[in-house]
Design a binder for this molecule. Structure first.
Ligand code: HEC
Length: 175
């Protein structure tokens, strides 16, 4: 049995192994580099996406805050309006008496057309001599009555202030 001679290596096996190892290492290095680049890019885009999302969220928050602020100031304005309205109503109810309203509710029925010789509203000639007697006299005759003019125009439920306010309104129309 002749010993089988080991085939002569075509090249130094150690060199071949080293070459193989070297190129493997190079390949791995390349792969690692590529992987690193890819990872960096992925991280970059992730960062960008996160930043975009944060910005969008921020915008949304700002908008929500804006509209909340707008809504709040609208509500405040409405509340102020309502308060003004309430104050106005209260002033009216508290009774600055509206002479024109009293006139239009009763006195007009004789004084618009001159029933029974009533001096007409705005008829300066008819009112001039009466106005000349003074406000007190006119107030008194409308409160107590005068000839065909009934006391308080015929409605005792009217307050003195309401009747006098109506007189003042009529007088103001005859000046
Ligand atoms: C039923 C009809 C009638 C009604 C309603 C009436 N009046 Fe007269 N009024 C007269 C007549 C008529 C005279 C004229 C009296 C006269 O001078 O003889 C008169 C006169 C007056 C005068 C003038 C008084 C004067 O001294 O010259 C005043 C002021 C007056 N009325 C106010 C009022 C007021 C205010 C009301 C409503 C609250 C009212 N009247 C409702 C019929 C009316």
């Amino acid at each position: 049995m002749a010993p089988v001679a080991a085939p002569a290596p075509s090249s130094n096996p150690m060199t071949a192994m080293t070459d193989a190892a070297n190129s493997a290492a190079t390949a791995m290095g390349d792969a690692a580099k590529a992987a690193g680049t890819a990872a960096t890019q992925a991280a970059d885009s992730a960062t960008q996406a996160a930043a975009d999302a944060a910005k969008a969220a921020g915008d949304a928050t700002t908008k929500a805050a804006d509209s909340a602020a707008t809504a709040t100031s609208d509500a405040a304005a409405k509340t102020a309006d309502a308060a003004t309205q309430t104050a106005t109503d209260a002033t009216k109810a508290a009774g600055a008496v509206d002479g024109e309203k009293v006139y239009k509710g009763l006195c007009f029925s004789c004084h618009d057309s001159g029933v029974a010789g009533a001096p007409k509203l705005g008829d300066k000639a008819a009112w001039a001599p009466r106005i000349a007697t003074g406000n007190d006299a006119l107030h008194t005759s409308s409160l107590k009555g005068k000839n065909a003019m009934p006391a308080k125009g015929g409605n005792p439920a009217l307050s003195d202030a309401e009747v006098m306010a109506a007189v003042d309104f009529m007088v103001s129309k005859a000046k």
